[in-house]
Design a protein around this ligand. Structure first.
Ligand code: ATP
Ligand code: MG
Length: 324
């Protein structure tokens, strides 16, 4: 299997404003904490985890909207973390993002024509106006939207949520990227249009030979479309493996906890004895040892002392738990 993208010991620490309340002397948030993973050419790599675990920050670092604090990101053998502004711009042609919120990510006063042609203009990859227009129309059709002048002159406010997200997808695809990072692309949509958008993403992936990182907090969505899944907790990857293994043989107590919340996926199974439910770790002040210790039902003394590394338990199935 050929690797398209690697994150190596990638971290993001946000500095908080001096007057942030209730934080005492803690002035930083470790949003992403030393994560390492590979994405293979042609796969859909899922990142799953609760709100605040660092999914969007990871996505924003990959598409270079956020600078990594430390670590490396290798895309097609190029270390993205060392690039200058001009090279970052070139890289963006190849690595695109689909945003979570189709309401706020599209400028409401611009026409669809403007929004979808903008990336082509920024990257100056058309020879003449006809070519520009043809590319925009073609991309509109690819995402299942009309490409008439009438439609292209509409504004996002005239569209439904599903149509807006199709425009968001068109903006990402119009540059013909190889790698698309989709940050919860269906979570803001009505249940009735979610499957349509997921199917659209799967169809264009086949047609255009794309590789996806698909971020979601829903395991059923991840199971439906991802080849492999990384589960994040408080900025760390705590389990990584094929979707089948992570969902049908979860190793980490946290993955088991998340899966218990989606009964349709595992009607046959509860891991109840192992699990203590509770709040997400407060990772402004990270505990020594395992980050999950305060919630875990199987805690041992060693769990409070050393942070468990991500270890390969069976081929391709990794877990960060000393007791699993
Ligand atoms: N610009 C920022 N400044 C300070 N803290 C931030 C910033 N962006 C994110 N954070 C913090 O980093 C942590 C991870 O945030 P992130 O948005 O990556 O989580 P997420 O997994 O995408 O959550 P959600 O599921 O709610 O979208 C959170 O504690 C968040 O408050
Ligand atoms: Mg997010």
């Amino acid at each position: 299997m050929e690797t398209l993208f690697s994150a190596v010991n990638l971290s993001k620490v946000f500095k908080l404003k001096k007057r942030s309340r209730g934080l005492g002397r803690h002035r930083t948030v470790t949003a992403v904490d030393d994560i390492t993973f590979d994405v293979n050419v042609g796969e859909t790599f899922g990142i799953v985890g609760e709100s605040g675990c660092g999914k969007t920050t990871t996505a924003r670092m990959i598409v270079q909207l956020e600078k990594a604090t430390s670590g490396r990101m290798i895309f097609e053998d190029v270390d993205m973390t060392t690039l200058g502004r001009k090279q970052i711009k070139q890289m963006r042609q190849h690595v695109q993002m689909i945003f979570q919120d189709p309401y706020s990510s599209l400028n409401p006063v611009k026409t669809l024509d403007y929004l979808v042609s903008e990336p082509l203009k920024i990257h100056k990859i058309y020879n003449n106006k006809k070519e520009l227009k043809d590319k925009v129309r073609h991309t509109m059709n690819e995402v299942g939207l009309q490409s008439t002048d009438d439609w292209l002159s509409k504004r996002p406010t005239e569209l439904s949520g599903g149509e807006r997200q199709r425009v968001g997808i068109a903006k990402a695809l119009v540059l013909d990227p190889e790698f698309v990072v989709a940050d919860e692309p269906v979570s803001m949509l009505d249940a009735s249009v979610r499957a349509e958008i997921v199917n659209l993403m799967l169809n264009v992936k086949e047609i255009k030979d794309l590789t996806y990182i698909f971020i979601t907090h829903e395991f059923d969505v991840a199971y439906a479309i991802c080849d492999r899944i990384a589960v994040m907790y408080a900025g760390s990857i705590i389990e990584l493996g094929s979707s089948e293994e992570v969902i049908h043989s979860p190793l980490h107590p946290y993955t088991q906890l998340l899966l218990e919340a989606v009964p349709p996926l595992r009607p046959d199974k509860t891991w109840g004895d192992n699990i203590a439910k509770g709040e997400c770790a407060y990772y402004i002040q990270v505990p020594s040892g395992c980050k999950y210790q305060a919630r875990c039902g199987q805690i041992k003394e060693s769990c409070t002392q050393e942070r468990p590394p991500l270890v390969e338990k069976t081929p391709g199935h990794f877990v960060a738990c000393a007791e699993c």
